[in-house]
Design a protein around this ligand. Sequence first.
Ligand code: 13P
Ligand code: SF4
Length: 310
Amino acid sequence: IDPSLDLFAEIEKLKKEKNAVILAHYYQEPDIQDIADYVGDSLGLAQKAAATDADIIVFAGVHFMAETAKILNPNKKVLLPDLKAGCSLSDSCPPPLFKAFKDKHPDHIVISYINCSAGIKALSDIICTSSNAQAIVESLPKDQKIIFAPDKNLGGYINKQTGRNMLLWNGACMVHEIFSREKMVKLKERHPHAKIVAHPECEESVLEVADFIGSTTQILKFTETDPCQCFIVATETGILHKMQQTNPGKTFIAAPPDNSCACNDCPHMKRNTLEKVYICMKYELPEVTMVEDLRLAAKKPIQRMLDLSK
Ligand code: 13P
Ligand code: SF4
């Protein structure tokens, strides 16, 4: 594309011309967050996708998020700037293997974290996100047997919070598993007034040293309302942009990874760029599509979550 193009102006023009809305996750690069009509966590994004009257949804996030938007909007065009923007957590739970696991436990209800493919959603009874997982689990009777997939860390955290003993699928997110508890504790010693905020996809050892645990939106709200002036942030780095924008006087430090060669950027989320957003809006490609049977089966548990999260 012509390097002299003002991509911000061009994207704004395309939004109006095509009645398109840009929904972005907090892990997207700062430029994308700034041009988006809405930036949010997975629940907020699913709720916005369900409510929009735009003709085109540009989903600046990863594939399972755009897929969820398509499941909720079969008659709208859903564009994902880079179709290869996947998710290691979603990939850790292939539907045929999960189906075999589920078949071994026919008396269990399946709650799946939204970070999974449509195939897994179709095998689930209720979907949850990190912001409503506890409430969704607690909406079921205490003695209800539950399979929780695919994130073992979120599932383990919810087991601890609720005193349940859900059967956990052994999946994890490559970004949230890299943090080092030891390095975080040392960092906190150097910044004794700092608070550690963490996403529940982090390992238990990291969550144990956190002052606050929540979804991206919940973490952001906590840093806004808590009087503390310095936060060590154990989640993907994209969230730091909004944190700094909303709290210009406060200090945010990305939690250190275990291995200094690793980084807390999600390689999938970061596949999207402002250029790709522009190109996908101009050519209306790549588009997320789905066969109707799968869409209908995957919609049921998502709708159940939305109904429980009003
Ligand atoms: P939330 O924004 O819902 O907390 O999800 C985090 C995440 O890892 C999305 O991929
Ligand atoms: Fe998936 Fe983790 Fe990236 Fe979120 S941060 S999209 S869970 S790999």
